[in-house]
Design a binder for this molecule. Structure first.
Ligand SMILES: NC(=O)c1ccc[n+]([C@@H]2O[C@H](COP(=O)([O-])OP(=O)(O)OC[C@H]3O[C@@H](n4cnc5c(N)ncnc54)[C@H](O)[C@@H]3O)[C@@H](O)[C@H]2O)c1
Length: 336
């Protein structure tokens, strides 16, 4: 008997929404049934077909009226700023992926549930007490809540690494530097910006820009004993995707590089093999474009000072790697 595909709707067809769509097109467990964005249908189709980071999609893509054709697949299109205006009932949607960067509270996503969707996954940390799950970390604790957060790209990378380090060496405090690609929430050239962070006014393509980050708070959710003992900075660099995480961790046990790398290799080869990987190769950021992992730990860069100050370096495609986890989470919660 063929397994029923999960029926997915994407709200917000931007960088993450389109990366998710590309991943689902290659996953026989998923069917993309609908997309909503406030841009034109022509732009949705064009940006799916041509992507400056991931290349040209190997399917014929076109729009007829409000239907997007991707090869032989038909996807219903909407252009609604307010989710309560979309009747989703006839589409029998298992999961809406909320990738708009808006609607960060449970209440603001409930109209999607009332209008026919079974579940919603928000592709960002919430701004309320929405249940938060990270695939490979705590997704098995999912309790059938209708609206959940998939946390941030940074937390998806950092939290599983910290779980290993905390278990074996005991984390006392940590500083996280994230050399992160620019995003659409920055300016192409110096210009006004709506953010409180004044450096967001500066040109993303010309500068290294230190920005405020919520990664410490997002990580603390999973390590309550480290509340107030972590600090994170997002250092935006002029590349369009990928992040290098430099994690400086004060640990409670004396150790050395060899022992740390052995623990990381063993844990990542076992418990975390779906979401983490290790490498010793001398790659740089381009090698991690379209990496499916939440993080690839570069073991040749592991360092230990004075036996208890540890530095771990890890790579992530913050778009594609994160989008993979959104799809994993959708497949998991659709079973409930
Ligand atoms: N880009 C990353 O690396 C990354 C990684 C992890 C999580 N995220 C999070 O994912 C979310 C989306 O980020 P992105 O980089 O894809 O941004 P994006 O701007 O590329 O995509 C957002 C899309 O949502 C659409 N949109 C805006 N308002 C809408 C509305 N009311 N209804 C429907 N669609 C609407 C926009 O037109 C746009 O196409 C953000 O919350 C971001 O923090 C981004």
């Amino acid at each position: 008997m063929t397994k029923k595909k999960i029926r997915v709707f994407i709200n917000g067809f931007g960088r993450i929404g389109r990366a998710v769509a590309r991943i689902m097109l290659e996953d026989e467990c998923c069917e993309l049934v609908g997309i909503n964005d406030i841009c034109s249908y022509e732009q949705m189709a064009y940006l799916l077909k041509y992507d400056s980071v991931y290349g040209t999609l190997p399917y014929v893509v076109n729009v007829e009226d409000d239907i997007l054709f991707i090869g032989t697949q038909k996807v219903q299109l909407f252009s609604e700023a307010d989710p309560s205006n979309m009747d989703l009932r006839v589409m029998e949607i298992d999961v809406v992926l909320q990738c708009s960067g808006m609607f960060l509270t449970t209440a603001s996503n409930l109209p999607l549930i009332r209008n026919g969707a079974k579940k919603v996954i928000v592709s960002a940390p919430s701004s309320d007490d929405m249940p938060t799950y990270i695939y490979g970390v705590n997704h098995k604790k999912y309790r059938d809540e209708p609206v959940i957060s998939n946390s941030s790209c940074s937390a998806n990378a950092i939290v599983p690494i910290f779980q290993i380090v905390d278990t074996y060496f005991g984390i006392e405090s940590a500083m996280m530097s994230m050399y992160h690609s620019y995003t659409v929430y920055q300016n192409l050239l110096d210009s006004k910006h709506y953010s409180d962070d004044i450096r967001r006014t500066r040109s993303a393509t010309q500068n290294i820009i230190p920005l405020m980050s919520s990664a410490a708070e997002a990580t603390e959710t999973f390590f309550p004993h480290l509340k107030g003992k972590m600090y994170a900075k997002s250092i935006r660099v002029p590349v369009p995707s990928t992040t290098l995480y430099e994690l400086h961790i004060q640990i409670g046990k004396k150790t050395g590089v060899q022992e740390v790398n052995q623990v990381l290799r063993e844990e990542i080869g076992g418990t975390y093999s779906d979401i983490l990987d290790v490498t010793e190769l001398p790659g740089s950021s381009l090698e991690y474009i379209q990496s499916p992992y939440s993080a690839v730990l570069n073991l040749s860069l592991t360092a230990v000072v004075e036996e208890d100050l540890l530095r771990i370096s890890a790579w992530q495609d913050n778009e594609y790697g994160y989008a993979k986890r959104v799809v994993d989470m959708a497949k998991y919660i659709a079973q409930y």
